[in-house]
Design a protein around this ligand. Structure first.
Ligand SMILES: Cc1ncc(COP(=O)(O)O)c(C=O)c1O
Length: 349
């Protein structure tokens, strides 16, 4: 994200430096700040005392370890955030996929089939859900999540949910915390202020258990929470308590950018299919009609000098797509689309 750090966060970090608070983190402040934010924004009442501090969003790996065993399948819904594949493969679990539907929603019938197949021999299975979804920006509805929780319960599939993008949804698609839907009691959520306030360099995250997953989280290794950065915890806590206004202003700018991107593409690259994301600052662009092959990001970079994420890294459904990050200045978005259009024109000439 191209953004100037929110002043309350900068002030909290400056104060820590000035008073020599450069040692260890202490106390439940981060979890309490998140609980207060979640109650205000999403009417989600969670118990801060049950929340674990994690080093960063790679904490989803620790959570998956707690709810699954080596060899178990971990179900994911591609196209999806590329590191999910590596996370799961490096922990001796097997990736199993059920793609999103063509209109980028959870394929609940497909998931039921996958859940049934994965658990048929009495084997355990877990699901890693991205909510909101990166890269499509899909915000799963309360109804979709409730139906998913019902299926997970029926088949004994343990769900771990990555909710890092939750504060970044747009007005038409309110965010539903997974742990607020009936049937989600044995799920675990991983979240962080890192994405919404641009704090990924200040590492910290939280693991939140549903009521039936509290004993699982209690088994987490002591060393895991030692990995969070003290400055990360200070920054994230300040974000959640004192930079809510910054978030709202920033999100309004992102909302403007996602509309601007749509206008620019309609004018200059009408063959690119773009569905305005309901959340996140990521645009998932279907470039299959441009005739640039499976990896259009290569042509955009080589011929237009504009860098987009290749859709291929996101797994099945990614061929012919690129991901564009619109958390930047409107003139940079304008220039990026101009360069994309130039690349297409050069490619065709
Ligand atoms: C869905 C998702 N999870 C996790 C992360 C990583 O977060 P962090 O850098 O704070 O560990 C990202 C970053 O892009 C993400 O999009």
């Amino acid at each position: 994200m191209d953004a100037v750090l929110a002043e309350p966060i900068a002030a909290a970090l400056r104060t820590a430096l000035e008073i020599g608070d450069t040692g260890y983190p202490y106390g439940p402040g981060y979890a309490e700040a998140f609980a207060d934010f979640a109650a205000e924004r999403w009417h989600w009442q969670l118990h801060a005392s049950e929340v674990a501090v994690l080093p960063e969003m790679t904490g989803v790996v620790e959570m998956l370890k707690l709810v699954s065993r080596p060899g178990d399948p971990v179900i994911m819904t591609p196209p999806v955030y590329p590191p999910f594949y590596q996370f799961v493969e490096h922990m001796d679990r097997t990736v199993v996929t059920t793609a999103l539907t063509p209109d980028q929603r959870l394929d609940l019938a497909g998931l039921e089939h996958t859940f049934a197949r994965c658990t048929a021999l009495g084997q355990g299975a877990a699901m890693l859900l991205c909510s909101p979804h990166n890269p499509t920006g899909t915000v799963h509805t309360a109804d979709e999540l409730g139906r998913l929780a019902g299926l997970a319960n029926a088949y004994g599939v343990r769900v771990v949910v990555d909710e890092i993008h939750a504060p970044l949804t747009y007005p038409e698609a309110p965010f539903t915390p997974y742990l607020t839907v009936p049937g989600a009691e044995d799920a675990v959520v991983v979240t962080s202020a890192s994405k919404a306030w641009n704090l990924a360099g200040l590492k910290a995250a939280l693991g939140i258990p549903g009521v039936a997953a509290v004993p699982d989280l209690a088994r987490m290794g002591e060393e895991v929470s030692h990995g969070a950065s003290h400055f990360g915890i200070i920054a994230h806590t300040a974000a959640l308590t004192s930079a809510r206004g910054w978030l709202d202003d920033h999100r309004a700018g992102l909302d403007h950018n996602r509309a601007l991107l749509g206008d620019l593409l309609a004018e200059q690259l009408p063959m690119v299919r773009y569905r305005k994301p309901e959340g996140t600052y990521l645009a998932w662009l279907d470039c299959r009609d441009l005739g640039l092959g499976d990896d259009p990001a290569l042509t955009f970079l080589d011929q237009g000098r504009v860098a987009l994420n290749s859709g291929l890294a996101f797994g099945s459904g990614g061929a012919g797509h690129v991901r564009l990050n619109f958390a930047t200045a409107p003139d940079i978005i304008t220039e990026a689309v101009r360069r994309m259009a130039t690349a297409v024109a050069l490619h065709g000439s």
